[in-house]
Design a protein around this ligand. Structure first.
Ligand SMILES: [Zn+2]
Ligand SMILES: [Zn+2]
Ligand SMILES: [Zn+2]
Length: 268
């Protein structure tokens, strides 16, 4: 829902914006836009999900060029910013490629009918091409030499798409891990994982469950995302093991995206 959450006066929501008038200092890390990540390597820019905050996020991240967008699922907080790809797509040499599983693609096509419908295309529509990701675990989308693998995760009653790329995985919006996904999540340096709040929730993992999943998958580092106003940034971080942190808007992380080609010389 974003933090501050509309209509809420809880301490986290209040702290997320500057109260002014000499009140307590705001906690800018409690200000949370809807979840999305930009992955940049060797001049390539790939975004996962374009939610309703995509325009502001792209400005804050200084995105001038985009090579592809991957989608996790069709919920509003992950797709509603698709139309803001228009100016970025106008600068693409061909169509800007979007990748989504069948269910998500159908939702995007329905919401943005004026973009995709063959008989009613809006003249200045986003110049995008929507490609289907097969639903098989480990299905690959290869972009500029990097394989993005589909990691099926359970999100309430749906199975949606998480992604493994290099030594990192991005698993937003999950209530459970599918057993067939476990091999795809071995040897992780960096895991970004849903942790909505303290209390259990029908469609999202909560803090204790996400901590247990980190223990099970054993990545070197984990960052929690999709955080509601139920978790104060600093107070929650103070209770977490040092290799687990809450993510925050604007957080930048480095990781190995492509393994060294096989047969390359080993360093001594
Ligand atoms: Zn609140
Ligand atoms: Zn969702
Ligand atoms: Zn969501």
């Amino acid at each position: 829902m974003g933090v501050p959450t509309l209509g809420c006066d809880c301490a986290v929501c209040v702290s997320a914006v500057s109260p002014g008038g000499g009140g307590p200092a705001p906690s800018p890390r409690n200000r949370r836009t809807r979840p999305s990540v930009l992955i940049s390597w060797e001049g390539h820019n790939v975004v996962i999900d374009t939610g309703p905050d995509f325009h502001a996020q792209a400005i804050a991240a200084g995105i001038h060029r985009l090579d592809a967008v991957l989608y996790t699922h069709g919920h509003a907080d992950h797709v509603l910013g698709m139309d803001d790809l228009r100016p970025l797509s106008f600068h693409s040499p061909g169509s800007l490629p979007l990748y989504a599983d069948e269910q998500t693609a159908l939702t995007i096509e329905r919401i943005f009918n004026y973009t995709f419908s063959s008989d009613r295309q809006y003249p200045t529509r986003a110049r995008v091409a929507l490609h289907r990701i097969p639903t098989t675990p480990g299905a690959e989308v290869e972009l500029f030499g990097v394989k993005f693998l589909r990691v099926p995760v359970t999100h309430g009653r749906q199975t949606i798409t998480g992604f493994r790329f290099g030594s990192a995985a991005y698993l937003t919006d999950l209530s459970d891990l599918d057993p067939e996904s476990l091999p795809l999540l071995a040897d992780l340096d960096l895991l970004v994982l849903d942790a909505l709040r303290r209390e259990p929730h029908p469609t999202h993992s909560h803090l204790d469950k996400s901590i247990a999943l980190v223990g099970q998958l054993a990545p070197r580092r984990a960052f929690f995302t999709h955080i509601s106003h139920g978790l104060d940034h600093d107070a929650t971080n103070a209770t977490l093991p040092s290799h687990i942190r809450l993510a925050h808007d604007g957080l930048q992380l480095q990781f190995e995206i492509a393994p060294a080609p096989t047969g390359s010389p080993q360093s001594p």
